[in-house]
Design a protein. Sequence first.
Length: 130
Amino acid sequence: MACVLVVEDNTINLELVVALLEQEDCEVLVAETADEALSLAQTAHPDLILMDVQLPGMTGYEATHRLKADPATAPIPVVALTAQAMQGEEARAIEAGCAAYLAKPLDARVFRDILRRFLRGGKRDEPDAK
Ligand code: MN
């Protein structure tokens, strides 16, 4: 079972993401701050991290930068979650080391596509359905 760490300080968004992940049969870990996220990433080694970029204290981008700077956590793909459909946000996410970017409010179908892309774990023999 794939293990996904969700970093989100907003309860409503968190509940939505957790529900979507559970529908996909993922094991879900939750962090509400960047510090919790960094420590959980170290100890639990999730397969994927969904990172809200607006967190109290350290931002999601800074947390991602730190994850990527540590060889122990660098291989874990990080997908940024941001409420802002701001111009340049995707570039900021990629610059911080995120593998992809999801805009909130989340579209369930886009969310599942991203999830399957990153949890497929490099099984490249599987033809893409699209
Ligand atoms: Mn937030």
